[in-house]
Design a protein. Structure first.
Length: 133
């Protein structure tokens, strides 16, 4: 493990989650409509059919892959990962996502120093949309 303490230098690092979904083309469309996600990279396995895409929401990036076997659909709607999207206006982002087809898990509320709500995207992944207060 390298880091500032061991090398005297700061290592540049960031995490870019990789989401498995049953329908990557549909998921990319949802993330664009719900969160304003922009495609950074797109790989197709057939014309117009997304196999893998890197998306960005502002400075945050994540990946989406067509992978029916490990998607929440294949796991009975369960996912061990919850995405946290930190934005200036969680109410607006939350409403936009619900309007694009997300399901409300917990409405936006104030608690524990956050303005936050949780929703499930059509692929079954859960997203916390919030900001520190």
């Amino acid at each position: 493990m390298t880091g500032e303490r061991e090398t005297g230098m700061k290592d540049a690092a960031r995490i870019a989650p990789w989401l498995s979904v049953a329908d990557a083309t549909r998921a990319v469309g949802f993330y664009a409509a719900a969160f304003g996600a922009v495609e950074v990279e797109r790989l197709e396995d057939a014309p117009g059919r997304v196999a893998v895409a890197e998306l960005s929401i502002g400075d945050a990036t994540f990946w989406v892959q067509q992978d029916e076997a490990s998607s929440p659909d294949a796991l009975g709607g369960r996912s061990s990962v919850r995405m946290v999207l930190i934005v200036d206006d969680p109410d607006r982002f939350f409403a936009r996502a619900v309007g694009a087809g997300a399901t409300v898990v917990t409405a936006v509320h104030d608690g524990h120093g956050w303005r936050v709500g949780r929703l499930a995207d059509p692929a079954g992944h859960q997203w916390e949309i919030g900001r520190r207060t």
